[in-house]
Write a new protein. Structure first.
Length: 254
């Protein structure tokens, strides 16, 4: 059995079949990048796994614990979210709490840890993302890159089996993208299991163990970065790579 097993995940919005019976196994420590055209269901996939969207069918299993993603049971949903922490494009930090308090919040309210223990874990995690000198800063006084690093520390402090990230750098000014990508690379090297959506193809090539090309709600290609970028087996994948300038002959080359 794989570390994480996703089975038969389907989601419709009206008549729009956004996810079409997706199966996906992820091994421990794997960094899996989801790529694909806009509107193809990448965000919906990530959101269903954290039950921010309710799919029509689907399950996710961690070891011997299986969650029905269609459940409406609040306790089950909260339990699922302890396995799959999410990093959002817009950081989503609490504005009225400083960096350290943002990280402590889930540890105290969800994990029910005492303040001292929560503080210790939060300090350790914020140190890992290089923000120890900013623990008392409120989100408004942090750059987007710093906010996202705090958000990553917050997610990791909950010790999730699977870290979900939906375009974690696409809301950032270009000069701030690098520091967040470096942070993600560091946590990837520390053995965290990560499923992320990103348009940063150079980063994907360097850091992802595995790349999935999602199109029209289906996994159309699945392989190592080398296989996906250097030998795209599928014509639609090839066309996508041309568009994002990962292959020669891009119509956007100037
Ligand atoms: N809340 C929603 N209501 C209706 N349609 C939605 C909703 N969220 C996403 N969609 C539609 O689902 C499709 C996939 O969206 P999304 O998962 O955001 O794609 P991606 O992240 O790959 O750009 C799109 O056609 C989008 O318009
Ligand atoms: Mg999206």
């Amino acid at each position: 059995m794989a570390f994480v097993e996703i089975r038969d995940l389907s989601k419709k919005f009206g008549d729009n079949q956004v996810l079409d019976h997706i199966d996906l196994d992820i091994e421990k420590g794997q960094v899996v990048a989801i790529i694909g055209p806009s509107g193809t269901g990448k965000s919906t996939l990530i959101r269903c796994l954290n039950r921010l969207e309710k799919p029509e069918s689907g399950s996710i299993s961690f070891h011997d614990q299986k969650y029905d993603l269609t459940t409406k049971n609040h306790k089950e949903i909260l339990s699922l979210r302890q396995h799959t922490e999410m990093v959002f494009q817009q950081f989503n930090l609490l504005k009225n709490k400083n960096a350290l308090e943002n990280i402590m919040e889930g540890l105290v309210t969800v994990k029910k840890l005492g303040k001292e223990e929560a503080r210790e874990i939060a300090l350790r995690e914020i140190d890992k993302v290089g923000m120890l000198d900013r623990i008392n800063h409120y989100p408004a006084h942090l750059s987007g890159g710093q906010q996202q690093r705090v958000a990553i520390a917050r997610a990791l402090s909950m010790d999730p089996e699977l870290l979900l990230m939906d375009e974690p750098t696409s809301a950032l000014d270009p000069e701030l993208v690098g520091e967040v990508l470096l942070t993600i690379k560091t946590i990837a090297q520390e053995g965290n299991t990560i499923l992320l959506v990103t348009h940063e193809m150079d980063f994907v090539r360097k850091v992802a163990d595995r790349v999935i090309f999602l199109e029209n709600g289906k996994i159309v290609a699945d392989g190592t970065a080398k296989e996906i970028f250097d030998k795209p087996s599928n014509e639609r994948l090839r066309q996508f790579l041309v568009k994002v300038k990962m292959l020669e002959g891009s119509e956007y080359n100037i």
